[in-house]
Ligand binder design. Structure first.
Ligand code: AMP
Length: 397
């Protein structure tokens, strides 16, 4: 894979798509700078070589063109602090002044462009806009995995204006792509995919893709109840997508045909209402009484899932096993997280991806004890569904 390590940046100006879409509070202070910190190794490598850097990113979803609220000026000081060097700023991306600033950069200097999404051309993937953006540098680096599933001007289209030897991945992108490939194309068997979360409809394509790759598919979370009902179980007022019952049934049949083991919970922690202080009890998942809902997997299921996970050599986890945000219903999700850690200690490769499973692994402070925690929820899921991403293809082509 072509990364910044394959290029010597001495006397080169790298135009880098980063993901600095960080959360800001009402006073425009950054509340979580993880994304800025993640990009620093890529930037340091380029500066160490003796190159200069033009950074481009989006921030939020500005709809009306330039808006102070979404200006990247709010993050300049933090980027500078994390990088340990001054960062210049230009309050647009396309003016003569912006190009004068980028073309005047000396080796070792860094310039941050204003929010790309102040231009409607960015999200439209406009070619002329992308071509003009490309003039900010002579090497293109994509290190924004979180937006790699978009065919935007700065994430994909721009790459065609650079020759193959002048475009590459940054370390964030490279790490993500390598870890996904370890799971999707080079997985050591048994490979277990753990899929949870609220809705079956969000995960159908992923489960279909995984049927061709995984040995075991564990289904948990709210979506499990659609599977249980599809197989004839009584699920009370648990989450259910009535219009997906057939799909769920077909997925189970397809799995059987392909020799993939599908694990659906056998018992559940049920509650009389959706609240942490609700009355709770455990029951067989096919016999949930009327008026009760399943909000977590039960103890027998936790044990069974744990055995499968601990016997795996490759693990992909997306989506919680229950309403883990409430302490009464976090047991299943928490135990799955600890089982993945144990499997990882025993040599398995574990990839955690998708918003809520990442939130869960962080809640239990286990991020350092799994193999890889993906930074791009939507991008990771789309990578699994499609087998690649526009932002990845654009560099590889
Ligand atoms: P997703 O974004 O699809 O991964 O779904 C994550 C959300 O699903 C979390 O906020 C969980 O609280 C919720 N969830 C998980 N299990 C259940 C359940 N049994 N009933 C209702 N919501 C659930």
């Amino acid at each position: 894979m072509k990364t910044v390590n394959s290029i010597n940046f001495l006397n080169k100006r790298a135009v880098i798509r980063v993901d600095f879409n960080v959360p800001l509070n009402d006073a425009f202070e950054i509340t979580d700078s993880t994304r800025i910190k993640a990009a620093i190794p890529t930037l340091k490598k380029i500066l160490k070589d003796g190159g200069s850097i033009v950074l481009m990113s989006h921030l939020g979803r500005p709809k009306e063109g330039p808006t102070s609220k979404y200006s990247l000026k709010h993050i300049v000081a933090e980027v500078s602090k994390q990088l340990g060097t001054a960062v210049l700023f230009t309050n647009d991306c396309m003016s003569d002044e912006a190009f004068l600033k980028s073309s005047s950069l000396k080796n070792g200097e860094v310039l941050l462009l204003e929010n790309l999404r102040f231009y409607k051309e960015e999200e439209k993937g406009d070619e002329a806009f992308a071509q003009k953006l490309s003039k900010h540098g002579n090497v293109y680096v994509n290190d924004a995995f979180g937006t790699a599933h978009r065919s935007h001007a700065s994430t994909a289209v721009i790459a065609k204006f650079f020759t193959p030897e002048n475009k590459c991945f940054g370390f964030v992108m490279a790490g993500e792509v390598e870890s996904i490939n370890k799971v999707l194309t080079q997985s050591q068997k048994p490979f277990t995919a753990i899929i949870g979360g609220a809705k079956v409809s969000d995960k159908i394509l992923i489960i279909e893709q995984l049927l061709g790759k995984a040995n075991n598919i564990i289904i948990g979370g709210g979506m499990a109840f659609t599977f249980v009902k599809a197989m004839g179980g009584q699920i009370g007022k648990s989450l259910c997508e009535e219009d997906r019952l057939d799909t769920a049934k077909k997925l189970i049949e397809n799995a059987k045909q392909k020799g993939v083991n599908i694990y659906i919970p056998t018992d559940a922690m049920i509650a009389d209402n959706f609240a942490n202080n609700a009355t709770t009890k455990e029951c067989n998942i096919t016999q949930i009484p009327e008026g009760w809902m399943g909000l977590d997997i039960g103890s027998a299921t936790i044990k069974q899932f744990g055995e499968v996970i601990k016997n795996s050599k490759t693990i992909l986890w997306n989506g919680p096993m229950g309403v883990f945000e409430m302490s009464s219903f976090e047991k299943g999700t928490k135990q799955v997280a600890f089982d993945i850690v144990e499997a990882t200690k025993n040599g398995a490769f574990s990839l955690i991806g998708g918003g809520d499973s990442v939130a869960a692994i962080n809640k239990y402070n286990l991020a350092e004890q799994v193999s890889y925690v993906s930074t791009g929820g939507g991008a990771l899921l789309e990578y699994i569904e499609q087998g690649s991403l526009p932002g990845v293809k654009a560099i590889e082509e």
